[in-house]
Design a protein around this ligand. Structure first.
Ligand SMILES: Nc1ncnc2c1ncn2[C@@H]1O[C@H](COP(=O)(O)OP(=O)(O)OP(=O)(O)O)[C@@H](O)[C@H]1O
Ligand SMILES: [Mg+2]
Length: 326
């Protein structure tokens, strides 16, 4: 039987709406019964706990989420409130990546409907892909679409700045994730995501990775947790299991490059551009590089050519970006 102390603690956690504590006490009661040799009671209790946890509906906070939550004290150096003045229409993606992001938006928007059936929307995502393919940009688009603030955690600086105390700092971040519904982007995630057994591993990174894994696993918040990396091959397999979806960003194909360039040059007359030449020259560029090439050509056109853009200007700008990659 549970002691009076345990029953009191159960009641208190119930009153506090602290589900995690509630279940942890219930599990302690089950463990105590098992130790006494009451295996049937212990098993029944454990099953009842599991069943109840599964059907647990997400707590819907009644507080509206403030759009700009000022960061206090220690959190200031850990989380960065990132502007999200971006539009979904600016994103140029493969059909597959677009569908996956749409899926996330749909589930988030319909989370109340899902929760009636004990279902949770996907909200822990891993973004992989080469530099400049729109991972950070997509995080901003998700936040903007969901009207949530975007907080960025740059892990590299977190680890170097707080050598020896990063795990404690991560706890502060995850407390904030629990308290303030928002989109949280762990950018340049390879800094902690490298394989735990890898040769270049240092103890600190391993500790941080282990804490990160634990925090992500325990997280029952309503926030979106995104991690972005250029080097998925370096990530520990254990990480993959913690995410609801893994979205692989790719470099754009010719159609997408044309779309990106047309978007970026919308203020100019592009009717004379020889797209066949430009797309041929652009092969291998990332979306970011294709965008930058347009900006270079546009500036040159404005400053030296009466704001007339032409194939030669674009070709030169693209070739400069290509040279920058080598
Ligand atoms: N898919 C895309 N559609 C439209 N614009 C894009 C796309 N990808 C990149 N860009 C442009 O390039 C800029 C940089 O891209 P972003 O920061 O999202 O790349 P990233 O994938 O996060 O790269 P990194 O791995 O280096 O962090 C964006 O701000 C945007 O202007
Ligand atoms: Mg990025």
């Amino acid at each position: 039987m549970a002691t009076a102390e345990q029953i009191k603690a159960l009641l208190k956690s119930h009153a506090d709406r602290d589900d995690q504590r509630f279940y942890s006490i219930a599990l302690q009661v089950a463990a105590k019964e098992a130790r006494k040799g009451h295996h049937n009671v212990a098993t029944d209790l454990k099953l009842a706990i599991e069943k109840s946890q599964k059907s647990l509906r997400p707590v819907t906070s009644t507080k509206p989420t403030p759009l700009t939550q000022p960061l206090k004290g220690e959190l200031k150096g850990l989380l960065e409130l990132t502007p999200t003045g971006v539009r979904k229409s600016e994103l140029v993606l493969s059909d597959e990546v677009r569908e996956r992001l749409e899926h996330v938006l749909l589930e988030q928007r319909q989370k109340a409907k899902l929760s009636q059936f004990g279902l949770l929307p996907r909200r822990k995502l891993l973004f992989t892909g080469p530099p400049g393919t729109g991972k950070t940009f997509s995080a901003a688009v998700l936040a903007a679409e969901l009207k949530l603030p975007l907080y960025t955690v740059v892990l590299d600086s977190l680890i170097t700045r707080f050598m020896g105390e990063t795990a404690a700092k991560l706890r502060l971040i995850f407390d904030h994730i629990q308290q303030t519904r928002a989109v949280y982007l762990f950018d340049e995630f390879d800094a902690i995501g490298t394989q735990r057994g890898a040769a270049n591993d240092v103890g600190e990174i391993r500790r941080v990775l282990n804490s990160f894994l634990m925090f992500v696993e325990q997280d029952r918040s309503e926030s979106l947790i995104l991690a972005a990396t250029n080097h998925p091959e370096l990530l520990d397999r254990a990480l993959y299991r913690r995410f609801d979806d893994i979205i692989e960003f790719q470099k754009p194909g010719p159609e997408q490059v044309k779309q990106l360039m047309s978007n970026r040059l919308v203020a100019f007359d592009t009717s004379s551009l020889d797209w066949e030449v430009l797309l041929f020259e652009s092969e291998g560029l990332s979306a970011a590089e294709a965008t930058r090439a347009c900006e270079d050509a546009a500036k040159e056109a404005v400053l030296h050519h009466d704001a007339q853009i032409n194939t030669a200007l674009m070709k030169k700008a693209i070739q400069r970006r290509q040279a920058g990659r080598r």
